[in-house]
Design a binder for this molecule. Structure first.
Ligand code: PBG
Length: 335
């Protein structure tokens, strides 16, 4: 018996032999983190020459399009394949029905055009959801009683996704958790000859308390106030349901699926990868970033090794890539 402890194969089997040298550790290493695994989520602002720090996310800034392009240039130079774009929408562009979301001259649409013009090889991923555009901060259009209405919202998301594809987005990433929206978006993209526009579905997105700093960053925290997203995002207690969500999104035409948040949900990433065997991503969300940074700033944890260990964990769990606010720092550390 290999793993017997009493009268086992020791000392013939010494697992420490392979760990004794750098060369043998490298030879048997099972997983590797590279800059090509990283997707950088970024916050874009109106104006030019504008940058604003995000208080709960040290090291992360909201940038106007011109400065964002400079940052994206660095990401490309570091070998980061793609970034994910999130808009900080001015209050006077928000409404109950979020029409600004599909304005062809909107902030996201202009940012996509600017990025693709300056850096054609960089993958540009856009977020499809209405929360930056609604006065109430919900991801969809609400009824009189405040319930997020599925099919009306889905129709709005189709228009939003199409406007992103028209602007040149490579990947649209619906993060809203409405039922059936992947199929609706895919059908519309096909009808409008966007055959190669990819869909990265936030398929298993949980109603998590880890999104707080993000809502500060995009300025939707005040809008949603004491509200919550329990009627559409998943219950953190559920795991089988995540497989159901992912399977549906794939059947509806998603090219890649995502699990979100990341580190507290690596069990979900592993199940999804094992059972569905498709390109699987996870999002190390704003709250995960914030808690790491808080410990780094206090000197309680060592920054680079902890950051890289946290990202390697995603690879070990079966993820093909990671959306992470550490993307630039990690890619620098990996050079
Ligand atoms: C909203 C959206 C959220 C995030 C990405 N897209 C927040 C939410 O669902 O309230 C969170 C990302 C993060 O916390 O880093 N559609």
């Amino acid at each position: 018996m290999m793993f017997q402890t009493q009268r086992g194969p020791f000392p013939h089997t010494r697992l420490r032999r392979l760990r004794a040298h750098d060369f043998s550790r490298r030879l048997v290493r099972e997983h590797l983190l590279t800059p090509a695994d990283l997707i950088y989520p970024v916050f874009v602002l109106e104006g030019s020459g504008q940058r604003e720090a995000v208080a709960s996310m040290p090291g992360i800034e909201r940038l106007s399009i011109d400065l964002l392009i400079e940052q994206a240039r660095e990401a490309v130079a570091l070998g980061i394949p793609a970034l994910a774009l999130f808009p900080v929408v001015p209050a006077d562009c928000k409404s109950l029905t979020a029409e600004e979301a599909w304005n062809p001259e909107g902030l996201v649409q202009r940012a996509v055009k600017g990025l693709k013009e300056a850096l054609p090889a960089l993958g540009v991923i856009t977020d499809v959801a209405l929360d930056p555009y609604t006065t109430h901060g919900q991801d969809g259009i609400i009824s009189d009683s405040g319930y997020v209405m599925n099919d009306v919202t889905s129709a709005a998301l189709v228009r939003q996704a199409l406007s992103h594809a028209d602007a040149g987005a490579d990947v649209v990433a619906p993060s809203d958790m409405m039922d059936g929206r992947i199929g609706a978006i895919r059908t519309s993209l096909e009808q409008h000859s966007h055959h190669n526009t990819m869909i990265m579905a936030y398929a298993a997105k949980y109603a998590s308390a880890y999104y707080g700093p993000f809502r500060d960053a995009v300025g939707s925290a005040g809008n949603i106030g004491g509200g919550n997203k329990y009627s559409y995002q998943m219950d953190p207690a559920n795991s089988d349901e995540a497989l159901h969500e992912c399977a549906l999104d794939l059947a509806e035409g998603a090219d890649m699926i995502m699990v979100k948040p990341g580190m507290p949900y690596l069990d979900i990433a592993r199940r999804v990868k094992d059972e569905l065997r498709v390109p699987t991503f996870a999002y190390q969300v704003s709250g995960e970033y914030a808690m790491h940074m808080a410990a780094f700033e206090r000197g309680w944890l060592q920054q680079d090794p902890v950051m890289l260990e946290s990202l390697l964990a995603f690879k070990r769990a079966g993820c093909d890539g990671i959306l992470t606010y550490f993307a630039l720092q990690a890619a620098r550390a990996l050079q």
